[in-house]
Design a protein around this ligand. Structure first.
Ligand SMILES: [Zn+2]
Length: 1066
């Protein structure tokens, strides 16, 4: 089977490799479906020129008349469960194997690389310096916290839940959502952050902005940009909150804001030392002023992102130097591999690890790496080279089995090498021998990727294959629920129509003409229908299996087929399926037998593969894996809340184990009209490395475009099968814990039936010995997998980190976005076994300890009243607060149990860019967009007081896009964007923006398309009118504000953290 890849003959980096056409680029990116802008698939393509306004692709579809009212589905007849929870078997999900689902990941690479910022020649002095900046960079946050809750009675408790601004809770939004509403959709609750193509350095308010009329706020200040955060350092605290200097449109309606733009009030200088000190209580009342902390004086995510883009976005990130902190995920940058893996593959919480375990414990900074082994890369970067050592296979250390890499030391004239991980000395095999030059480097150093690059692949020999047999190409099996709900909503017809064309876009390897992947089809309700689509048949044949208790596959020959060979039979089948079940009255479904059927089919065909299951309801039909409705919101905030996240039976855990053994990955598309127990149905997708997509209250008209985009990308994206990942480390640390969508049968090997380009695995490390500053620490992630053509490969990523004996070095080289990714995953796993409050308190405590340790050991002496944050962790409080307020940890009334289970699993496989925008959403003032430029308007902070009634804003978090329209928006703008003449006529049932021929409409739609192209899932578009009911939902994402579910505002939380830190220090 070994494919004809010649041994790599060494083009230097950067040159396109002749032999190996990377597997993603030509194969995936190159194809595009008719009518489907390819940009969707190439997540990193950035602005998508070809992307059309969503036109329902299937013109021929017959829209089902009834999309509105769901028929009495089977699930509906279920008594909403008030079961004794003790009967459930909770033991299934334990720490080792988190039962979460596997979201698709946006490739970290997905930062569109803007062609404009052409890579400059490799710089000798990489930009990392600013991270390692000397202590001068320490940000001293001396807010005038007078009047804050600090020191007050309430201050010691976390900002009380439920203490909203006094606004009444929005009526919970029960029942079927209003059109356009996202209720059951993906989590609304999270904040997220930025991550897209950076509008190079346009701080809002500083530039004139587009010629928008309708700006009601005070004109943008004209004085030079004084980024909010720096202002503090200039001592200008204490100014009354006025129009934030950085942002153009202050909220005109607010009492303090609308004042005519006179000269700003003279900054009031406060002695920082007198401020948030414990003595505050003793201050005379008049000094506990009503002025709160100026939100512009606390660290701003927008500013940090902007600064990083400006400072680090223009130079390529060259990976030759050990322990370099990469640019933020929100910065566009090119990567040049010079011996360490790109940050698109691996990001770490810190790039400088404490030498001792004691130091690590003292700091409480978790040591973790977020690894995305098959990440997609922007076209400008080279995919990992494939190295073929022939029958002898890759060269490895005799003892620890680490793979040859740039850090191995050749000795004795090149006859042996010493392992950089375990120090063992290994003979160089004769065929691999090469002389050393005068520096001790092999003379073929630059010719061999495994000696000079951080990431590369080896062709695996038969020894790396199951049963010592090269694998067959994988198969895709499409399994369609044809119960009443699925048929009636038009879903079955939609899927069948789509598959007819989609099957031509299965993943192909390199420049192969057609995909090697075989396909099969199953439909089901209470029974299963298998289809023989053998090419020699005139018509497909159906075989029904009604004994679902002991699933078997009734046919072998003709079930899994080559698409081209069986094209006409498949087309005929896909035409017939919607007709065959058009009049079905069957409302009940099975679920586990469906997975079993797919698994048995792959077993019989002796191959790995993926099941695409399209499912609508709680599987209540009599069959293995049958479920009960056990939803119970009353458990929220009780000790039993964790049961909501646990599967209700261990049946699916066992099934998942069998699936992993076969390399059977499950992707689940859910279309629920009510509770269907995502926590249980998600077990198999999650543990097999698959994904879950959820379209609650699916309606053909509004949701088909989103679903089809997700399906297309899911079918076409790069994926490996039967994967095993192991992370080796140099002596002194080792991988101790893992988070993500996978299965583990021992403590070291992460097994995934499938692993796609979006999936991330987070690995935590602990010390088991001392490290040395000289040798640093090394990681090697080795992923063994079967490619989409059936080739067995090893993908290797190496990363070298620094080690330190001074805590200050640790704190100078941390990455907060990665820390948050780890902390969120850690917390989201914690809810499986602990009460949510315990999890939240532990998070707060850990972060307070991290910051207190810094304050105690690294910050220059100052009064206790100062909050001092490490420069690279200054956003830790704001981001942490977003995690604490997220739906999983603090659900609002509109969040369903299924939503929470879904989000919990989704986040567990997210990469750093995704968690970033998910927890701190990106908020863009659309009315400030420059219609003549390609750039995005400058993002603003997620707070209601940043919104102007006269403007229109866009907020995205990777799952949803909101377009918020202020009540005072000019009629002309409304006409241009929505094609209606007044605010009241804007329909919030719109799921896309109308296509109108004017610059503003085009600009906004291009922004939406660009954002969609950057995300791994197609985001749901929701129009929100100010003061409308849906606004409550939108406000949930204004994460710097107090939330209706009780989450603290940023300012309050920062004060709370300050208090916690002070307590730890005293
Ligand atoms: Zn070794």
């Amino acid at each position: 089977m070994s494919v004809n890849q010649q041994a790599h003959t060494g083009p230097p980096y950067g040159q396109p490799q002749p032999g190996y056409q990377g597997y993603q680029q030509p194969a995936y990116g190159g194809q595009s479906l008719p009518g489907v802008p390819q940009a969707q698939y190439g997540a990193y393509n950035g602005p998508v020129p070809g992307y059309q306004q969503p036109v329902p692709p299937q013109g021929s579809l017959r829209a089902p008349p009834t999309s509105g009212a769901p028929p009495p589905a089977s699930g509906a007849s279920h008594p909403s469960g008030h079961l004794a929870y003790s009967q459930f078997e909770h033991g299934d999900v334990q720490n080792g194997i988190p039962a979460s689902a596997a979201p698709m990941q946006r490739p970290p690479a997905s930062q569109p690389f803007l062609p404009g910022s052409a890579p400059t020649p490799v710089s000798q002095i990489p930009t990392f310096q600013q991270y390692g900046a000397p202590p001068a960079s320490v940000q001293q946050l001396r807010n005038h916290m007078a009047g804050m809750t600090i020191g007050g009675t309430a201050a010691s408790a976390p900002p009380p839940a439920g203490l909203g601004y006094g606004a009444p809770r929005p009526p919970a939004m029960p029942g079927p959502p209003l059109p356009g509403q996202t209720v059951a959709g993906p989590p609304s609750s999270q904040p997220n952050h930025v991550s897209s193509p950076p509008p190079p350095s346009t701080m809002a308010g500083l530039h004139p902005g587009p010629p928008m009329s309708g700006l009601h706020g005070p004109p943008p200040p004209t004085h030079p940009p004084q980024p909010g955060y720096q202002m503090q350092q200039n001592g200008s605290f204490g100014q009354m909150r006025g129009p934030p200097p950085n942002y153009g449109g202050a909220y005109p309606g607010a009492p303090n804001y609308g004042s005519p733009p006179g000269p700003p009030p003279p900054p009031k200088r406060l002695d920082p030392d007198s401020i948030p000190s414990p003595q505050l209580n003793e201050l005379p009342p008049q000094q506990k002023p009503r002025h709160r902390i100026d939100p512009d004086a606390i660290p701003s995510p927008i500013q940090v992102i902007e600064d990083d883009r400006n400072n680090r976005g223009s130079e390529p990130f060259v990976t030759g130097v050990r322990g370099q902190v990469p640019p933020l995920v929100t910065t566009n940058f090119l990567v040049k591999d010079q011996g360490n893996a790109s940050p698109r593959y691996i990001r770490c919480t810190s790039y400088n690890i404490p030498c001792t375990s004691d130091m690590a414990k003292q700091s409480q900074v978790p040591l973790a790496a977020v690894i995305k082994p098959l990440a997609a890369l922007p076209p400008e970067e080279t995919v990992p080279y494939l190295v073929d050592h022939g029958e002898s296979g890759p060269v490895r250390c005799n003892r620890c089995k680490a793979y040859m890499c740039p850090f191995m030391q050749f000795i004795e004239g090149g006859r042996r090498f010493q392992c950089c991980f375990c120090s063992c000395v290994t003979e160089v095999p004769p065929h691999y021998f090469q002389h050393l030059d005068h520096t001790g480097k092999r003379v073929d150093f630059y010719d061999r990727p495994e000696l000079s690059l951080g990431s590369y692949e080896f062709l695996a020999t038969v020894d790396y294959c199951k049963n010592n047999k090269f694998p067959s190409p994988p198969a895709f099996i499409f399994m369609i629920d044809v119960s009443y709900n699925a048929v009636k909503s038009g879903l079955v017809r939609l899927i069948c129509e789509e598959l007819k064309s989609l099957l031509d876009y299965l993943p192909r390897e390199g420049n192969m003409e057609e995909s090697a992947i075989r396909v099969g089809f199953v439909t089901y309700n209470k029974v299963l229908h298998f289809y023989n689509v053998k090419s020699s048949l005139a018509q497909p044949q159906m075989m029904v299996v009604s004994d679902v208790a002991d699933m078997f596959v009734p046919l072998l020959d003709g079930f899994l087929v080559n698409v081209n060979e069986s094209r006409t039979v498949i087309a005929s089948l896909l035409d017939q399926i919607p007709e065959m079940f058009a009049d079905t009255r069957e409302t009940e479904t099975v679920f586990a037998p469906v997975i079993q059927a797919g698994l048995e089919a792959l077993k019989a065909a002796e191959c790995a593969g993926k099941l695409f299951i399209f499912h609508t309801s709680l599987p209540i039909a009599e069959a293995p894996g049958k479920l009960k409705n056990r939803d119970d919101r009353k458990l929220i905030n009780t000790d039993k809340e964790k049961t909501l996240f646990q599967p209700q039976t261990s049946f699916y855990n066992n099934l998942a184990k069998d699936c992993v053994a076969q390399g059977c990955c499950v992707d689940l598309f859910l279309f629920p009209n009510q509770y269907l127990d995502v926590a249980t149905l998600g077990v198999v997708p999650y543990q097999t490395g698959g994904s879950i997509f959820k379209y609650a209250y699916f309606q053909l008209e509004t949701d088909q475009y989103r679903f089809l985009n997700d399906l297309r990308r899911d079918v076409q994206k790069e994926v490996g099968f039967d994967a095993v990942m192991r992370v080796r480390t140099s002596t002194g640390i080792r991988a101790t814990d893992f988070f993500g969508a996978f299965y583990m049968s021992n403590t070291t090997d992460v097994e995934m039936a499938g692993l796609d380009c979006d999936k991330t695995i987070t690995v935590e490390f602990k010390h088991d010995d001392k490290l040395s500053e000289d040798s640093g620490a090394l990681l090697q992630c080795a992923l063994l997998y079967t490619s989409c053509a059936g080739q067995r490969r090893l993908r290797i990523h190496n990363l070298s980190l620094n080690c330190c004996t001074q805590l200050a070095d640790l704190y100078r080289n941390c990455e907060t976005d990665t820390l948050i990714n780890y902390l969120a995953k850690y917390a989201y796993r914690g809810v499986l076994s602990s009460p949510v409050k315990t999890v939240r308190d532990a998070l707060i405590n850990q972060c307070a300890q991290i910051l207190a340790c810094y304050r105690k050991n690294c910050a220059s002496p100052s009064s206790a009243g100062q909050l001092i944050l490490p420069e690279c962790m200054k956003l830790l409080p704001v981001y942490l607060n977003c995690v604490l307020k997220s739906d999983v940890l603090q659900p609002g009334p509109e969040v369903t149990t299924d939503d929470r289970a879904y989000v919990r699993q989704l986040v567990t496989s997210m990469d750093v860019a995704e968690t970033n925008v998910f927890f701190y959403p990106r908020l863009l003032p659309l009315t400030k967009a420059d219609v003549d430029s390609d750039s995005l308007p400058a993002a603003i902070r997620n707070s209601e007081e940043r919104l102007s009634k006269g403007d229109i804003y866009l907020l995205e978090n990777g799952l949803n896009i909101f377009v918020w329209v202020g009540v005072n928006v000019q009629q002309g703008l409304i006409q241009n964007l929505f094609g209606v003449s007044s605010f009241s006529q804007i329909s919030n049932a719109l799921s896309t923006l109308p296509v109108l021929e004017n610059p503003f409409s085009k600009k906004v739609r291009s922004i939406v398309d660009m954002l969609q192209g950057q995300r791994s899932r197609y985001m749901k578009l929701i129009i929100v009118k100010q003061e409308d009911k849906l606004e409550m939902l939108f406000k949930h994402f204004l994460v710097e504000d107090k939330s209706l579910s009780g989450g603290a505002s940023y300012v309050d939380f920062l004060c709370h953290m300050h208090k916690e830190i002070r307590q730890l220090l005293s």
